[in-house]
Design a protein around this ligand. Sequence first.
Ligand code: ADP
Length: 607
Amino acid sequence: MARGRLNSGNAAEQELPKAKINRRSLHNIKQLFNYLKPYRLKFAGAMFFLFLSSLTGLAFPKLVGGLVDAASHSLKQGLLPGNLNDIGLIALAVLFAQGFVSFFRVTWFVQIAENALADIRRDTYFKLITLPMDFFANRRVGELNSRISSDLSQIQDTITTNFAEIIRQITLMIGGIILMAMVSGKLALVILVILPLLIPSAILFARYTRKISRAAQDELAASNTIVQETLLGIASVKAFVNEAFEAARYDKSIRNVARLGIKGATVRGLFAAFVVFIGFGVIFCMVWYGAHLVLIKDLKFGELIQFVIYAMMVSTSLASLPEQYANIQRTVGASERVIEILNDKGESVNIIESENRIKQKIEGNLSFNNVQFHYPSRPEIEVLKGVSFDATAGQKVAIVGPSGSGKSTTASLILQFYHPQNGELLFDGKPASAYSLTDIRKQVAIVPQDVILFGGTIRENIAYGKLGATDEEIEQAAKRANAYDFITGFPEGFSTVVGERGVKLSGGQRQRIAIARALLKNPSILILDEATSSLDSESERLVQEALEELMKGRTSIIIAHRLSTIREADQIIVLEKGVIVESGNHDELLQNESGLYRYLSSLQFEV
Ligand code: ADP
């Protein structure tokens, strides 16, 4: 699967890995080509123009040769008229045609690529956010994000330029060779003998430089990782007075980058010297032999010039092909990764935003029936080992237990982030599978321990509970969540921007916003993951009041960290290592002298 490979990428700035081009990878690319289908007419047009513009490119050496011959002999050369001005006019017409054609070729390719890429981006993004939670547990989200954006830009580059370049260069090369042979078969033969001798050595050089530059890139990525790690953990670096150690570690890595860079430059320098010597050598030999042919009147002067320009054109095209081929290989790799995400199985959620209606109502009865569960990423650790309990509509059920006992996992299962391997969850007596995923999630709300707000306004953040809620509904929800006063206390009120670029809200304030959000959503089942860090007593009172308001008339599953808040719960479930060891209400549980609840209570001085 894609996962292993997605993980292996180091940093976004690193050159994308190349993939072998074979039947399977071509099949993958075909899927991406489907995105070009809506634009196929334009694509065909752009290809045709591209071909035309390459052909007009081939006309120039001919025109230059014609001009020279017209100047020296005033003789007619081949198809061209013998008159200087006539040739000039033809050249102008060709230039104009080429400009015209080039404009459309460039803009059309970009239009196609931009539109097709927008479609691919939309689909990958949607696929990504609908992939099951497990997908995200295994990867660093930032990496995934940068990876996908660099993969997609690679594909975009290919559609806009890479493609066009390859076709142009191949046309120029083949056309150039044919025209060279037509101008002078003898000269063309000389080139055809010399070139094959040069190409292998050029390839060897190029391979070696690439190897070094890849090593330099890896080392650079490693040194960037050092920077990233130390900046993230800067508090630890300072607390352990390890600045000098980190600096030395970084220095060592960066020296390696420099060493590899210099080594690469030396090889490139040698290569440049080789190319200059041999390249110019070949041209020189050609002109030498050509001049000889001119002397014995086997070739016209203009034809020699024409031939030399064609030879340069052909060799530039030839030289650009390896880079273009490498680019195509990178695109094949990039599209494989994108395709793998596109083909991954997502959760079946509503695709259409406006389809907000709940189809199957849930009253709020919830049962766990012998639920056994392990996280797909860690099959060897059974997190829930046959958990059964019932919560009837409107009840408050608290789940307590030491950390790691499976409380949050239970909440994730209710939200259908994961599904049990054995046993089942029942909503109103019907198995979860009888409902659509969207219906369940629309009727279950969670107020998490650590509320993360999106970087928009407070109004938008509350409205997240019910897209399209009216201002009145939002204010009403804020009032019931004890949040109205502090919100209107800000100069911009509900339009205050929160998050990185806005105000920083306290933990208690964030929680009340999350409560307002949940109130707007008006769920039948509510999950409260109690904040572990204690709020100051004033905000705790406000949050507690807001929670009481929120819990009214709904089934509430409270993941309790402080036992003081759950005395009133109808049922307390005590989890230990994924097993329910006790259940009952507060008073009942305290009766059990050797029970875990009584023990935990005593730790919190609650007895
Ligand atoms: P609690 O909420 O009671 O502290 P959790 O439900 O968070 O406990 O965790 C129960 C067990 O599941 C722990 O051993 C934890 O390491 C493991 N666990 C939690 N989340 C994941 C996950 N996404 N992938 C794999 N294992 C997990």
